[in-house]
Design a protein around this ligand. Structure first.
Ligand code: PMP
Length: 450
């Protein structure tokens, strides 16, 4: 049976017409010259169409935290799709939507237990920004419309997300006029002062004071929200300096500004706790999540809001009308909600967040062991997320990490590259042998690229 399926897959791949699918975030021409295609996944591994096993050092796209193709999740999805494929959650609902919200609320920071469902990280971010604006209006502070993000921040690809985000490439091809009234704090990159820090750099808490500076340029009472990734992922793994997030929290509280943590990557165990908020002991007002919320088996995103935010919007809304005019056809989709419940069961039963915390020191030791390899300029890590920044080739930024990525892929390891940074965020189920396999291959790749 398997041989037949495998042969079919290989034949399909060879006959595959690559012309119709417009690949997202991909160098399309470059990809077609050297396609990389998977046909199966299980646990820590993908199988390519030509039957090679490739270890997944990125949990897909920072999302498959419990490892691939978990049977409990697959069954939950299949059962739900045949039991009740779809039901609206506008003005009516289904029990799974409420159960999934309660289950997610259980692992959120205390008091952040009102859950709004979306279908992706981008939608979660745009929902959170809208909730922030609606909250201030509801409490009679409708002048608070300014938003503050951070350079190199990644908050998805909606117009809200690219406006508060700070990755130039995500913005410049589209419009010079994104959401008006947005400022950006500096990124918390500290190569010059704290290269090769293990965990949180000691240098850089003062970068949070840039928020005060920006607020002083305006009237702080015009600012609605500040949004940051507690650990910035997509721009190359930037770890917050010690004390930095606490300082942001103090400044936001002082000025009545909402703090939004974008936990699309850090949510559900990446740092060894359910959320980065719990890990750092800093509670935001709104928290966005997606990806590992249901082990990425089917699209789902969400916003957790403090009770006070929900109450303010709902209590100040019309007596019998809609209080927040926002939602998606697929908000709390029954199949995604079923997958969410199954994934949360696995996280709890297998104590995967604790497991991530246990494996983190081993991951840290292994990634920092790459210091001294060719072109390695900085290594950053926290929990089970890490980045290795390489010196760029003169006039050809990004090509060195791309070459290393290709070398790893050919040698059975899937890493992620962004600019000249190699990023790692393996499934939380990994063991020491996986860590060895990943980093010995990366070491060989760096030497080969040299
Ligand atoms: N926010 C963060 C912090 C992310 O890392 C991502 C995706 N990598 C997003 C938002 C967007 O999520 P999605 O691709 O599901 O829209």
């Amino acid at each position: 049976m398997n041989n037949v399926t495998d042969a079919k897959h290989l034949q399909q791949a060879q006959e595959l017409d690559l012309s119709n699918f417009w690949m997202p975030f991909t160098a399309n021409k470059q990809f077609k010259a050297a396609p990389r295609l998977f046909k199966k996944a299980k646990g820590m591994y993908y199988t390519t169409v030509d039957d090679r096993q490739v270890i997944d050092a990125v949990a897909g796209l920072w999302c498959v935290n419990a490892g691939h193709c978990r049977e409990e999740i697959a069954h939950a999805i299949a059962n739900q799709a045949s039991e009740m494929d779809y039901a609206p959650t506008f003005q009516m609902g289904h029990p799974l939507a409420f159960e999934a919200a309660s289950r997610v609320a259980e692992v959120m920071p205390a008091g952040m237990d009102r859950i709004f469902f979306a279908n992706s990280g981008s939608e979660a971010v745009d929902s959170a920004l809208k909730i922030a604006l609606a909250y201030h209006r509801a409490r009679g502070e409708g002048q608070r419309t300014r938003l503050i993000g951070r350079e190199r921040g990644y908050h998805g690809v909606g117009f809200g997300g690219i406006s508060v985000g700070g990755i130039v490439a995500n913005r410049k091809a589209f419009s010079a006029n994104l959401i008006p009234g947005v400022d950006h704090m500096p990124a918390t990159l500290s190569i010059e002062h704290a290269a090769f820090s293990r965990g949180q750099p000691a240098w850089g808490a003062h970068l949070a004071d840039e928020l005060e500076r920006i607020l002083n340029l305006h009237d702080p009472s015009t600012v609605a929200a500040v949004i940051v990734e507690p650990v910035a992922g997509s721009a190359g793994v930037l770890i917050p300096p010690q004390g930095y997030l606490q300082r942001l929290r103090e400044i936001c509280t002082k000025h009545g500004i909402l703090l939004i943590f974008d936990e699309v990557i850090t949510g559900f165990g990446r740092l060894g706790k359910a959320t980065a908020s719990e890990y750092f002991g800093v509670t935001p007002d709104l928290l966005t999540m997606a990806k590992a919320i249901n082990n990425a088996a089917i699209p789902m995103g969400a916003v957790a809001a403090k009770r006070e935010i929900y109450d303010t919007i709902v209590n100040n809304g019309p007596a019998n009308g809609i209080e927040l005019f926002h939602g998606y056809t697929y908000s709390a989709h029954p199949v995604a909600a079923a997958a969410c419940l199954a994934a949360q069961d696995i996280y709890e039963r297998e104590a995967l967040f604790e497991r991530a915390a246990q494996m983190a020191p081993k991951f840290e030791a292994a990634i920092h062991d790459l210091k001294g390899e060719p072109y390695v300029k900085d290594i950053r890590n926290l929990g089970l997320v890490g980045g290795v920044e390489l010196e760029s080739r003169e006039g050809q930024p990004g090509t060195r990490a791309y070459d290393a990525f290709l070398h790893c892929f050919k040698n059975g390891v899937m890493v992620r590259f962004t600019g000249d940074i190699l990023a790692f965020s393996p499934p939380l189920i990994l063991d020491e042998s996986h860590i060895d396999q990943i980093f010995s291959t990366v070491r060989a790749a760096l030497r080969a690229v040299h």
